[in-house]
Design a protein around this ligand. Sequence first.
Ligand code: IMP
Length: 193
Amino acid sequence: MELVFCTNNQHKIQEVSEIMGPDFLFLKLKDVHFFDEIPEPFDTLEANSAIKANTVYFFCNKNCFAEDTGLFIEGLNGEPGVFSARYAGEPVDSMKNIEKVLRKMYGLSNRRAYFKTVITLVLPQGEWQFEGVCHGQISTEIAGCDGFGYDPIFIPDGYDKTFANMLPDTKNSISHRKKAFDKFADFLLKFNS
Ligand code: IMP
């Protein structure tokens, strides 16, 4: 089945390629000549993930999937949440986002947080969503240089280092994205059989 991955984020493309393995081939936005910014106007991951996949689906009339991810921090009442990408404003800057989180959390003892990913798949037959959650906590300092986004400050449960201090294989075996894409892969296998 031909599927378009509706993202311009090279880190997501890399992680999803590793999670799904070499048999899963997808088209990129440039392959379908989609060069616009994809809108993310809503205040839920579900709605943003859906509009991303539907925007490209109606543009190229091909099977599409998109994902939206956010970091939800208990001690910050769920911030940055759905606004994770632009938490410190425009232009998107991951280090500024991290610095804002650490500044707002200074002195906070509750450091519980989770990443959530929502994938939307749009086919001519309908639309489906798949989610994955990874629980952990926010470190007090930046650590590690692998990964992307908030990885240098997120320590998943059961580990004593941040995502950015892990081998990509380790992150990709436990992450929110892995859990969501496992469900997505199961669905595609059954759908195509
Ligand atoms: P979006 O899903 O492209 O809107 O990404 C939301 C924000 O969360 C961006 O700032 C990303 O860098 C960040 N983000 C998404 N996935 C991850 C992840 O797996 N680790 C760390 N940060 C992430």
